[in-house]
Design a protein around this ligand. Structure first.
Ligand SMILES: [Zn+2]
Length: 170
């Protein structure tokens, strides 16, 4: 809901953010990018370290992804969940997709996979959601803490695949 209530930016943030210069990744909460998918922090977290893995393709449904785009998305989900567990010493992880506004997606037009770290005895999911607050300082601290764990998961900036991606310009 916070996404729906928040100020509207022109276009799709999930398409726009990864097009920006790496110098803006911290501001945009991007943690790493691959050719077909990338990882960013959720601006409206259910818990500290709440990530999203986002396909580069503007697609609202998993069925719109090609088999290779789908595989790339879930491969990055797997890598991100593992990195997150180590980075925040999580005891468990929730992985999920809200596909469509009726399913609770804040930005339904561009699907994204949520990864939420969990610990034994932490709050149940719904009460945490009900207490969502925007905390930019906390987000920046979380970004700084997580970024070293996620940098190795992404394509190197000078990798040929990244040059191909920028040439493709969406
Ligand atoms: Zn998009």
């Amino acid at each position: 809901m916070a996404y729906i209530r928040g100020p509207k930016e022109p276009g799709c943030i999930f398409c726009n953010y990864p097009q920006e210069e790496p110098s803006r990744w911290r501001e945009r909460l991007l943690l790493c990018q691959r050719e077909d998918a990338y990882v960013m922090l959720n601006k409206y977290p259910f818990a500290a370290g709440h990530l999203m893995v986002v396909p580069r393709k503007h697609a609202s449904d998993l069925g719109e992804l090609s088999p290779s785009e789908h595989a790339a998305l879930w491969e990055l989900v797997r890598a991100a969940a593992s990195a997150l567990k180590v980075a925040v010493n999580a005891e468990g992880v929730n992985v999920g997709v809200n596909m469509g506004a009726a399913a609770g997606a804040g930005i339904a037009e561009h699907l994204h996979v949520h990864i939420v770290p969990r610990w034994r005895g932490d709050l149940n999911f719904m009460p945490v959601i009900a207490d969502v607050k925007v905390m930019p300082d906390h987000l920046d601290g979380t970004w700084q803490r997580l970024e070293p764990y996620f940098r190795p998961l992404g394509d190197a900036p000078e990798a040929p695949s990244v040059r191909r991606r920028s040439a493709r310009a969406r």
